[in-house]
Design a protein around this ligand. Sequence first.
Ligand SMILES: Cc1ncc(COP(=O)(O)O)c(C=O)c1O
Length: 390
Amino acid sequence: MESRLSSRADLILDSCIMRLIAVAKRPGMISFATGLPDNSLFDTEGLRRAADEVLSGDDAKGALQYGEAEGLPSLRKRIADRCRKETGIRATWENILLTNGSQECFDLLGKMFLDPGDSIAVENPGYLGALQAYSVYGPRMIGVDLLDHGPDMRQLESALSESPKLFYSIPNHQNPSGVSYSESARREVSEMISGSETVIVEDDAYGELGYRGRAGKALSSMTNNSVMTGSFSKIISPGMRIGWMTVPDWLLPKATQFLEAFCLQAGSFTQRVMDRFLARNDMDAYLKPIRAEYLRKKNLFSDLMEDMLPESFSWNDPDGGMFIWLRTPEGTDAMRLVDAALERKVVLMPGKPFHVRGGDNTVRLNFATASDEEMEEGMRRLREAASAFL
Ligand SMILES: Cc1ncc(COP(=O)(O)O)c(C=O)c1O
């Protein structure tokens, strides 16, 4: 019966993310592989109270009913207020469309913009989950190398000369590399985009996880050819599946229609719970200990790397997010390190699948999920794996 599947079934990129999550759950495994936030930071008590308030309030039945296609207005207002204050984007609550996680936005944007054979510019490396979502629509992906402070501008210029429909970018604490764009890179990218017919998809999944605050102004505050995507997954809970798109006025009617056709609406119950939760929490105060804890974990993790990994390995020092980007010596195949680590029950995410070209000697390391003890034990095992690899 497989022959009855659509041609899109052959186009979809293989992503190992969910498989890795399953492997990482096996007994005795230590995972540096996935993008899961630290469980211990979930505010279960605060969310329980918020859910209680929703279910015991005057409009409990309304919370269990269908809601507006665009999402709960009061939550959209909170998001728009935060967005204006933090990113400089002049969005009103009507520009915010709520989705089931921000992952859904990539599929929606693919549906809205991409016909087979169209092109999309992507960071190289780029976030695999989004590349997988776009791949279904059969675009030609033009890789733009991501350097230490933003995209390679010459490559971006050349990519834009091919008039791609979209440029997918993560300017803050990128997954997988941890890189953030510098202020000048942000200005340059938004100027280039403004002078083109390309729409930038600015993925802000880690924007609130800068250890010392936001890494910089949003590209979407400097150009109107843009959609920003956001999420509560990395700061409050991925299980609640609440993401959003900040959509410019010119795209709003179509985006709303697409959203409605796609899922009618994102889950209204979790939106109400999130709305209550946010009403009780000042966002900056709420984020302070979370940012501090991820900074502490990043420092511990990189100290362990410094102590235990060979000198021929190199890595960066991100100022936010959950990932460190590891390079094994030029010309080596980091997949062998991933295999050697797996034999020692440490799960790593190879860097290659995030690339449209190159990346053989790269590995993405997540320092957010493991406990301190797991980090120490995992790094000891990784040291052994590295010796075997070399
Ligand atoms: C860069 C980036 N964007 C988007 C997502 C999707 O997150 P969600 O659908 O939970 O909002 C992730 C998840 O790991 C991510 O790393």
